[in-house]
Design a protein around this ligand. Structure first.
Ligand code: CP3
Length: 347
């Protein structure tokens, strides 16, 4: 294994090279566990206003990279900017998370890309400002929710443990649901392409609710729309680097996702063995994950052991060090610093 320290080491891994030590960033690395985030949030007042004010979103995007010297920044935004662009009202309630206005049918959603572009303009301005404030050796990651996860939010109106409303709609009205997924695939592709055009080095597709689906539905609701997103992004941005994160799916489904979608890297959740992922998914491209966000809260020996295990088990394949899901608000920032130092062998 050769040791390299290229510019934007994360991009080398996404080009399927083994880099040692691996580049590191963390999902939800900008957020409430950081005092500097809390102070901006207090000043601005709301999460959504932070997302939609470009200088603020860029400032918060850069905070964790400045504090921890991570290898990548992820744009501070939210997956629900896409339903917002399509005209479904989105608001964030304190302590409750996102709440969406009633879904009135796929045919009532906005189809005009000029309007999508206007509604998402603050996100793209935030992306440009983030890129210009970011060290050139660091990668900037853009993102979007996957069609299935977005459809689930749009039909449920909020987060839900089993996506029952979305599944019922999809089972009962498969044609309408298929049209909704296709429209979302178009909007998600548009959003990813715009981010890549304006300075994102790579993009991640978050399919947070991909878990718990029977194989046939996983195929129709996760694989098919993701294939459509990946191919239409690459049609417009040749060579685009794409990370896919189908959270909490079975090993068979992970393997199907890695082989069928054409993403450059698959995100591995906490419950899936990284040793298994290295062996079975490493042939298709890179893997990313899977540190338990709760071990990150716990710290101490348990955290050191967890980091060590991932480093060992993923050492022979292209690997990006990350969590199995997002950083939680209770996380002591010094534990994040500790992980970065352990991964780089400086602590
Ligand atoms: O990772 C990052 O640092 C970049 C920013 C980012 C946020 N949300 C900021 C955020 C990203 C990549 C997301 C993605 C996102 N948003 C997902 C996919 C990843 C996942 O967590 O599964 C989902 C499902 C959402 C929808 C969403 N946004 C929920 C369910 C919530 C409430 C839960 C919570 O943690 O409060 C949000 C709010 C949200 N998005 C916050 C942040 C920093 C908290 C806002 C605050 O109260 O300050």
């Amino acid at each position: 294994m050769k040791s390299v320290t290229p510019v934007r080491s994360l991009m080398s891994v996404l080009a399927h090279s083994v880099v040692s030590p691996p580049p590191i960033w963390m999902m939800r690395q900008a957020g409430r566990y950081l005092p500097e985030y809390q102070s901006v949030r207090k000043r601005v007042g709301s999460f959504w206003a932070m997302c939609m004010t470009p200088e603020i979103a860029a400032e918060v995007t850069l905070q964790p990279v400045e504090r921890f010297d991570l290898d990548a920044a992820i744009l501070f935004s939210d997956i629900l900017v896409v339903p917002h662009a399509l005209g479904q009202p989105v608001r964030f309630e304190e302590g409750l998370g996102p709440v969406l206005g009633e879904f009135r049918g796929e045919e009532t959603l906005e189809r005009d890309v000029v309007i999508w572009d206007q509604r998402l303009a603050p996100v793209y301005a935030a992306l440009r400002a983030s890129r210009s404030g970011l060290d050139s050796a660091k990668a900037l990651i853009g993102f979007a929710g996957a069609p299935w996860t977005l459809a689930a939010y749009m039909l449920e109106g909020k987060g839900s443990p089993d996506q029952r409303a979305a599944k019922l709609f999809a089972y009962r009205q498969p044609e309408q649901f298929g049209r909704l997924l296709q429209m979302l695939a178009d909007a998600v592709s548009f959003h990813l392409v715009r981010q890549l055009e304006q300075g994102a080095d790579a993009v991640q597709i978050f399919d947070s609710w991909a878990g718990g689906l029977p194989d046939a539905e996983f195929e129709r609701w996760v694989i098919t729309p993701t294939v459509s997103v990946v191919s239409s992004v690459r049609e417009r941005c040749a060579g685009a680097r794409i990370i896919g994160f189908p959270r909490a799916v079975t090993q068979t489904q992970y393997e199907r996702y890695a082989s069928a979608t054409g993403v450059d890297c698959v995100g591995i959740d906490t419950a899936t063995s990284i040793a298994w992922a290295a062996e079975r998914l490493g042939n298709y491209g890179a893997i990313q994950g899977n540190l338990d966000p709760i071990a990150l809260i716990a710290g101490g020996k348990a955290l050191d052991r967890a980091v060590e295990r991932i480093m060992t088990e993923a050492r022979l394949v292209p690997h990006i060090f990350n969590l199995g899901h997002g950083v939680l608000p209770e996380t002591p920032p010094e534990n994040v610093a500790r992980v970065v130092a352990r991964v780089r062998g400086t602590a």
